[in-house]
Design a protein around this ligand. Structure first.
Ligand SMILES: Cc1cc2nc3c(=O)[nH]c(=O)nc-3n(C[C@H](O)[C@H](O)[C@H](O)COP(=O)(O)OP(=O)(O)OC[C@H]3O[C@@H](n4cnc5c(N)ncnc54)[C@H](O)[C@@H]3O)c2cc1C
Length: 441
């Protein structure tokens, strides 16, 4: 009798956990190695006394039927459909998000609005320039709108000049501002209030981390290895043979699924990857997010799911009020705010952290969200490797590395930083399902 295949899953964030979870019925010997002491990666819920905060403003997008069904089966009534709007806050003034012409009119005033309309129409008569995000945004929306709502915001978020960013950073954020909508709504007013609101999504009662906590509950404990950093990945040029954990424990493998950041994976290889591959891996940058959390002694700040801050005067890009996603995120009669500050490095000295918290608090109190006397507690959390920076040449570098890794016939790559994509929970679950289908076929 042959012994079951040994499958190693590297990284216990959403991508690794989803893979482990969908493969739970396979007749294989599986181990999931996670460097930290918990699972869920950058998609977890932090518990601070009676308050709960997600590691960033998360929601489950209803984009993939099978994934939504799976989440419903796991969470039952704990998965709620939430309808809450999002808004853009420019120096304390709110505009609905996604943008619509009527909101633009309110935000820009008549003079700039008319100028913006002329800019949009004249720029759309020229051929589209898709060589970089800045050219694309100006072509699509004209200079005034692009600068006010897209370019400064994107530079803060990605930490790169918009002329160096790929058009991929636009994602689906710009839907609802196509030329037809722009003209129709300008003439007839917004057709249907809910049509463009980024408002409906699924959300677990106890925070996004509940989804991954449920997966962990369903999996045999002995298969999940926290505090297990993958330090070396040994291969013969065509196959991964074994992995070393924490520099000491060796595990033989027949198959590997890696959700590690691409650079971490490639730098762990033994023998080392060729120089040009290592060079490309080193050119792929990741952005980090410093989360500042305020527990507040007040009922509510406002009704928004998320608030976006495009102005460079604000050090943060997004603020969210967890209670507006689920009332279980804050104790009865109280609320909280979490603030996302994008960072170049994942470490911050105590003094810099204290200064940043004070600056964030000053801004939010100036905008009238709360008073300092309302703050019960302040907390922080660093999200390392929150997302890959999608520059115009990142894809070329990622392709060099990924095509080298195709040499390993027993290696499957997944994850946001593994595939160097701006991907979401449903993408990781879909990749996990694809992995299962591929190995079963
Ligand atoms: C601020 C923010 C908001 C977001 N909002 C949404 C949203 O609304 N909806 C949505 O669907 N998605 C959202 N996302 C995206 C989602 O969080 C990511 O897609 C997801 O966390 C990526 O999962 P992952 O497993 O690929 O990577 P990660 O979550 O980064 O997990 C990787 C894991 O690998 C581990 N690891 C790293 N190195 C090693 C090693 N050497 N050995 C072992 N383990 C290692 C890490 O500790 C980590 O646990 C958001 C992300 C952020 C940052």
């Amino acid at each position: 009798m042959t012994s079951p295949k040994k499958v190693a899953i590297l990284g216990g964030g959403p991508a690794g956990l989803c893979t482990h979870f969908v493969g739970r019925h396979l007749d294989v010997h599986r181990l999931l190695f996670e460097a930290s002491n918990s699972f869920g990666g950058n998609c977890s819920t932090l518990v601070k006394d009676e308050y709960r905060f997600d590691t960033g403003a998360h929601r489950l997008h209803d984009k993939d039927k099978a994934v939504t069904e799976l989440a419903k089966n796991l969470l039952g009534e704990d998965l709620q459909r939430v309808a809450a709007p999002s808004q853009i806050c420019w120096n304390g003034n709110f505009t609905d998000f996604p943008l619509s012409p009527l909101n633009l009119l309110k935000s820009l005033g008549w003079k700039d609005f008319v100028l913006a309309c002329i800019q949009v129409m004249s720029s759309r008569m020229k051929p589209a320039d898709v060589s970089n995000f800045e050219a694309f945004a100006i072509h699509q929306y004209g200079k005034i709108v692009a600068k006010r709502f897209l370019l400064d915001y994107s530079e803060k978020l990605w930490g790169a000049k918009t002329s160096q960013l790929s058009t991929m950073v636009a994602g689906s954020r710009l839907k609802g501002l196509d030329l037809r909508t722009f003209l129709v709504e300008s003439l007839r007013g917004r057709l249907k209030k809910t049509e463009h609101l980024d408002g409906a999504f699924f959300y677990p009662r106890k925070g996004i981390g509940q989804l991954f906590d449920r997966m962990v509950e369903e999996l045999p404990t002995q298969e999940l290895k926290p505090n297990s950093r993958v330090s070396q990945i040994h291969h013969d040029g065509t196959q991964i043979l074994h992995v070393t954990i924490n520099g000491v424990d060796d595990h033989e493998v027949d198959e590997v699924v890696s959700s590690l950041p691409l650079g971490v994976l490639v730098n762990s290889l033994n023998p080392p990857a060729p120089q040009h591959v290592l060079e490309s891996a080193s050119r792929i940058r990741f952005r980090h997010v410093f989360l500042v959390m305020f527990c507040l002694d007040m009922k509510s700040v406002n009704g928004n799911a998320s608030m976006y801050f495009p102005s460079k005067d604000d050090p943060f890009t997004r603020v969210y009020e967890p209670r507006n996603r689920s009332r279980y995120m804050a104790p009865k009669g109280k609320t909280s705010l979490a603030v996302e500050v994008p960072m170049e490095t994942p470490s911050l000295g105590a003094k810099d952290a204290a200064d940043l918290i004070a600056e964030v608090e000053h801004k939010l109190t100036t905008y009238g969200f709360f008073k300092s006397s309302d703050v019960i507690a302040r907390h922080t959390h660093m999200l390392a490797n929150a997302y890959p920076v999608l520059t115009v040449d990142h894809q070329r570098h990622a392709e060099v590395v990924l095509s080298f890794l195709k040499n390993f016939r027993n290696l499957y790559i997944t994850g946001r930083n593994g595939l160097v994509q701006y991907s979401h929970i449903h993408d990781h679950m879909r990749n996990a399902m694809t992995w299962l289908e591929t190995r079963e076929s």
